[in-house]
Ligand binder design. Sequence first.
Ligand code: URA
Length: 238
Amino acid sequence: MNIRIDKFLGNMGIGTRTEIKKYIKQKLIMVDGEIIKSSSIKIDTDVNEVRFNNRIIEFRDKVYLMMNKPQEVISATYDNMHETVIDLLDEDYHHFDLFPMGRLDIDTEGLLILTNDGKLSHRVLSPKHHVNKTYYAEVDGQVLDEHIEIFEEGIDLEDFTTQPATLQIIHSEEGYSEVHITISEGKFHQVKRMVNAIGMNVTYLKRLKMGGLELDETLELGEYRELEEAEIKMLLGE
Ligand code: URA
């Protein structure tokens, strides 16, 4: 990519145009080992090596983060009442215009992808691609084997009928169950509504998996890390 040096450094979060001018005056910017004198020179990001304060600045425009979303935080880029998942990010990420790939309810925890790759997000969320999402749920009733079949058949939720879903019972007793639920869509409150349809309520919900990508359980609630290249592919189940 051919791009002006001040735009490149701005995109990589080094500073504003005015700041870059100042850094150039301070002789802090080098291209291929040479101190540069003008902020309007063009570089080729595939060819030239850019250094700021002697640190190599790698070019990238797409960012992919995995977050372990906590409760009380909204999966949106802006909210005038609550903290958003974007507010949890370090300043270094702010200029990338990241957004959450799909939504988790305010009281749902677990795997959330943040990216600025609209194309990938669209593919993962599109019903056409059937990317499975697996949730761990605690439920205020006794989930039984007979409910497995109801999930498998797809549940009529009045405004739509769900695709076949998988219900796996982990623990079940009178008044309390723990289950894994896998759905291929992601409609509003879908898991909670499916559980309501069998006469119970979800009391705790956590997303564990999207496509082939599992939540990194070493991430504490509110923590995040970048995805590796292979993990990005796993999102699509590739
Ligand atoms: N289904 C729900 O009901 N809530 C979520 O946050 C995700 C899936």
